[in-house]
Design a protein around this ligand. Structure first.
Ligand code: MTE
Length: 315
């Protein structure tokens, strides 16, 4: 079955305030001290969930809601090599990640560099729920109800200057908390980057939660990117640094396999991975394969960013 291309106007946005989610999250985590993270269940108090409002006029997102990947798959079938390379490893091992307190260093070509406590970074931005398809380069996909705010809002807060052409993100580097980093399967820390116009696109989301709850550690707590038109490896998890630069940064997967993982990593059924086809995908939880759509079905929102570019060369 083909997935209908969704229009920007059809994105579902359910609003919840950052204060509600974050202050209650902190409270919740403090109360959960003494329990394992898995046992705590990552839930938010009911009041935070009640703050989610569904807009009944956005019909397409209602149908996308019907395609949601079960939460048990979203939180147990993960790629987060800092906790191991098996899909089940992150859920098993990520309890060792301490997400409170958390700070993010902002540096490079901007007027507001500094070290920001997580709360200060997210407080100015109202949260939304966005149901996005995430398509992994390994040819599987999920549909996930994320909670977050536009990356563009955070970038504006940092006031990049005219030299800022790219924005780079770095994951925490701490082998004690992230045991997978004791093995050199990748060049740690994990780094990803975007061209500034990609980062400013309204689809680019800074996620802090999913399924109405704070992000589980295995999904990239407490702060990660979600870029639904790109292969999943661009959606970097557990971000501790944001840097604005004039030249294109080197990124982890591109460094590890330049012929297999391009800088752009736009979902493109016409450009195969050297070792497998990208024309079809398996939605986790389903048996039958689906056709992969150009830009993962988000062409209307993002194709203009690449007009005139040879997408076979700039893969
Ligand atoms: N970010 C970090 N820091 N480390 C990783 O290994 N894996 C990426 C991306 N972000 C990864 C990461 C890949 S390959 C995918 S498909 C998505 O996270 C998976 O996100 P999910 O586990 O929340 O579905």
């Amino acid at each position: 079955m083909l997935i209908k291309t969704r229009k920007k106007s059809e994105i579902k946005e359910c609003e919840v305030t950052p204060q509600t989610l974050f202050e209650q999250r902190r409270l919740f985590i403090k109360k959960a001290v003494g329990y394992s993270v898995a046992a705590a269940g990552f839930s938010l108090p009911a009041t935070a969930l009640a703050a989610l409002k569904i807009n009944p006029f956005q019909k397409d997102s209602v149908s996308l809601r019907g395609e949601l990947t079960a939460k048990k798959h979203v939180t147990s079938y993960n790629n987060f090599y800092e906790f191991g390379t098996d899909k089940k490893d992150p859920a098993k091992n990520a309890a060792s990640l301490k997400t409170d307190p958390w700070s993010v260093t902002v540096e490079g070509e901007c007027d507001k560099p500094g070290v920001y406590a997580l709360e200060d970074l997210v407080k100015p931005h109202p949260f939304e729920e966005r149901i996005y398809r995430l398509r992994c380069v390994e040819a599987w996909s999920m549909v996930i109800p994320w909670i977050g705010f536009p990356l563009a809002d955070l970038i504006k807060q940092m006031q990049p200057n005219s030299k800022a052409k790219y924005v780079e993100f770095t994951t925490l580097n701490d082998p004690e908390q992230m045991p997978g980093q004791k093995r050199s399967v990748l060049d740690w820390p994990y780094v990803e980057a975007l061209r500034m116009d990609e980062a400013m696109n309204p689809l680019s989301l800074m996620a802090v939660g999913l399924y109405g709850e704070v992000l589980p550690n295995q999904n990239g707590a407490p702060l990660r990117l979600v870029l639904p038109w790109k292969y999943g490896f661009k959606s970097i998890k557990s971000i501790v640094k944001i840097r604005f630069s004039e030249s294109q940064p080197q990124t982890t997967w591109n460094l590890s396999g330049p012929k297999e993982y391009g800088f752009y990593a736009n979902v493109n059924p016409e450009v195969d991975h050297p070792r497998w086809s990208q024309s079809r995908e398996r939605r986790i939880g389903e048996f039958r394969k689906r056709k992969t759509e150009m830009f993962n079905g988000y062409a209307e929102e993002v194709a203009h960013l690449y007009s005139g570019m040879d997408l076979k060369r700039n893969f």
